[in-house]
Design a protein around this ligand. Structure first.
Ligand code: FES
Ligand code: FE2
Length: 442
């Protein structure tokens, strides 16, 4: 099957929704949070690191999710493995930094020493254990770990299927973007006072674009009638939005920044399109196709004409959003707080392709600029500084919604058809909580 056939085969048959209510409790109830942990978070694939962070044997990256911490390391044999970041002697957290180079992992409490395969190699006074020498008996607890798309993924479910199976056709669709060859030039994590699902809901709909992100209408068509929404049986979704033209919602169809600047960059004169702004998208596609490879954008070769201007936004169940464009991609990911259902950690990352000779990040819709090199991890609280103007707009609403979910007046959402991915997301979550496979057909 080619990708188009696979995509068609994985689409859900609509109408699909059961209409499960999205009540306020699920955003603040501790019991619901505990259920999510047991039945969902511990059963799905998570991105724990970039493969670029684990280039050499002995490189270690830790990643915290909920109350767990996962340790990933590349072994002498070149294989990347993942373990719970906990000492099997008496439970000490083994590695307390995010990145390190540790050919051996030594517990800071009593010095138990593990190799990169998680085997206990050395323990103090091994003869003093009535149950026998712990070496060979007490190793690190390994969990499924795979690499895909330039990322290291882990899953706490020992019976997990592969990442490839988990992603389904999305993996085929994303392959053209060459994510392995991109550099993370923005690496932010923001603590936000809302449940993680408030943020995921937001990325599951574009109904808010014309009202909350009015600035984007200068170069992204935000009308739902012009947008393709696809819901897959896996619980993942894709939304295809046209870029490189002023949106109908902009009212006047005048050509504004940053579109005018992008046009000039691709040797198009905005004056030539004053009467026909809808044609800019196609003209940009042609210019990018013609000039792109000469400018080092060899990755354009794998992209379709639409992909040269458009934004393909994926929401992957449960908490990953990827906004793909020809100039790079964005990851948006709310992660659960370890204890408080009314807080979460929001990751906002941006990746750009490595282009020979290019040292600065080219323009992106996310407004990212600066040096084309791996960014340091920037962790802060919402409100302390900007997480990017579009994300700031989304987060400001998320905090307000969290407050509203406590109201006696709120009992369910009243959704438009174009927001159906929001309820679908909650229904897939409910399927996990009820321990059944996501419903895929009506
Ligand atoms: S808790 Fe790690 S060696 Fe004792
Ligand atoms: Fe938004």
């Amino acid at each position: 099957m080619n990708i188009a056939e696979k995509t068609a085969a994985e689409l859900v048959k609509e109408p699909l929704l059961r209409g499960d209510p999205m009540s306020g409790e699920r955003y603040h109830d501790h019991a619901f949070m505990a259920q999510e942990w047991e039945a969902m978070w511990t059963k799905v694939w998570h991105i724990g690191a970039l493969t670029a962070q684990l280039e050499n044997p002995g490189d270690v990256v830790t990643h915290d999710i909920g109350r767990e911490s996962i340790l990933m390391t590349r072994g002498e044999d070149g294989v990347i493995r993942a373990y719970y970041n906990v000492c099997p002697h008496r439970g000490n957290r083994l590695v307390r930094v995010e990145e390190a180079h540790l050919p051996k992992i030594v517990c800071s409490y009593h010095g138990w020493t593990f190799d990169s395969k998680g085997q206990l190699r050395q323990a103090q006074n091994p003869e003093d254990f009535p149950q026998g020498n712990p070496c060979g008996k007490r190793n690190l607890k390994e969990i499924p770990c795979e690499t895909w798309g330039g990322f290291v993924w882990f899953n706490m479910d020992p019976d997990a299927t592969s990442v490839r199976d988990y992603l389904g056709v999305v993996a085929d669709q994303l392959a053209v973007y060459d994510m392995e060859n991109m550099v993370r030039v923005q690496y932010m994590t923001v603590e936000v006072e809302c449940n993680w699902k408030v943020i995921q809901d937001n990325f599951n709909e574009s109904y808010h674009l014309p009202t909350l992100h009015t600035e984007l209408n200068s170069m992204i068509e935000d009308d739902y009638r012009e947008t393709v929404f696809e819901l897959y049986q896996s619980g993942h979704n894709r939304m295809q939005m046209k870029g490189g033209l002023p949106a109908y919602s902009a009212g006047s169809q005048t050509i504004q920044e940053p579109l005018a600047e992008i046009m000039k960059e691709w040797e198009l004169d905005p004056q030539d399109f004053v009467d026909k702004p809808r044609e800019i998208r196609l003209a940009l596609q042609q210019q990018k196709r013609r000039l792109g490879p000469k400018r080092g954008n060899v990755h354009y070769d794998k992209l379709s004409d639409d992909q040269l201007t458009d934004f393909h936004h994926y929401t992957l169940f449960p908490n990953l959003s990827l906004t793909m464009s020809a100039e790079g991609f964005q990851i948006l990911r709310p992660q659960p707080h370890p204890k408080d259902p009314e807080k979460c950690y929001f990751d906002h990352w941006f990746f750009v392709p490595k282009v020979p000779g290019r040292e600065e990040v080219a323009y992106s819709a996310a407004g990212i600029g600066g040096k084309l090199e791996p960014a340091e991890h920037d962790v802060f609280k919402h409100g302390e500084k900007s997480a990017g103007f579009v994300a700031d707009q989304d987060l400001s609403i998320a905090v307000g919604q969290q407050l509203g979910f406590h109201s006696r007046a709120y009992d369910d959402a009243y959704l438009s058809h174009q927001e159906r991915r929001v309820r679908r997301f909650h229904e897939v979550l409910n399927d996990y909580l009820a321990k059944r496979r996501p419903a895929s057909t009506s």
